[in-house]
Design a protein around this ligand. Structure first.
Ligand SMILES: O=C(O)[C@H](O)[C@@H](O)[C@H](O)[C@H](O)COP(=O)(O)O
Length: 239
């Protein structure tokens, strides 16, 4: 079941998303010792910073963070999703003396900056690191073309039916080399939450929520994840 939370602006999204994340965290931590979360790149990191940095109910010491997709660049490159997350959340948390979270990045030592020889190996190793039975909470963005993770419209990776994490070297959004969680893996995850803000998402959101849509975000909406799929959108993205 897909639920849509329509909020007035980014600040209200951050508040509502923060509450949602705490509810998920508490439910998971009442049954086990750690809470796994996948985060995305793009505007997500800034919304998460607003939602989480001053939130005293986040138990960072029990969080294990993964990336829903990662660009195959050095971790300190400005294109790295980890790099953006590190600068925007991890450094301020460390500055405050926070214990945790544990963060699982790509194995940078395998990365060849000039050739793709090890890219599938990097995906394979990341697949070994993610929980086999799915990540508890997956936080996804939505591109103006309807992509999510690094799953792009009409890309062959939409047909992937075995791998949990796959590599690609032809991403239409730069940089071209990436790894991404796949649809079969997302299906195993606990709860999925999308965040989409701004007028550049307005047209594509209409397409995603049309019954016959095969856009990547629509394919995720149709996954039978047991905690459901939930959207956080602002008024400029959806009327
Ligand atoms: O690595 C990436 O390219 C991102 O993870 C990507 O999937 C992002 O989430 C969407 O493009 C939405 O980005 P915005 O929120 O910035 O529009």
């Amino acid at each position: 079941m897909v639920k849509i939370n329509k909020l007035t602006d980014i600040d209200s999204i951050a508040t509502s998303l923060g509450e949602f994340i705490v509810t998920q965290q508490n439910a998971v931590l009442s049954t086990k010792d750690s809470f796994s979360v996948a985060v995305s790149g793009g505007s997500m990191v800034n919304i998460l910073a607003k939602a989480l940095l001053e939130n005293k109910t986040i138990d960072w010491s029990k969080w294990v963070i993964f990336f829903s997709d990662e660009r195959l660049v050095a971790l300190d490159d400005e294109d790295s999703n980890y790099g953006a997350f590190n600068k925007t959340l991890l450094e301020p948390l460390a500055h405050k003396g926070t214990i945790g979270p544990k963060v699982v990045t790509i194995d940078e030592s395998l990365l060849h900056l000039t050739d793709t020889a090890n890219d599938s190996k990097i995906a394979e190793i990341y697949a070994d690191e993610i929980p086999k039975d799915g990540i508890d909470l997956v936080l996804l963005g939505c591109g103006p073309d309807g992509h999510t993770c690094s799953l792009f419209p009409n890309h062959s990776l939409l047909n992937e039916d075995k791998l949990n994490v796959a590599s690609l070297n032809d991403s239409p959004k730069p940089p071209p080399r990436r790894i991404t969680l796949t649809l079969p893996y997302l299906k195993k995850c606990g709860t999925i939450a999308f965040v989409a803000t701004g007028s550049s998402k307005k047209e594509v959101l209409k397409d995603i929520f049309a019954d016959d849509s095969s856009l990547p975000c629509a394919l995720v909406n149709k996954l039978p994840v047991h905690g459901g799929v939930c959207w956080f959108v602002d008024e400029s993205a959806m009327d």
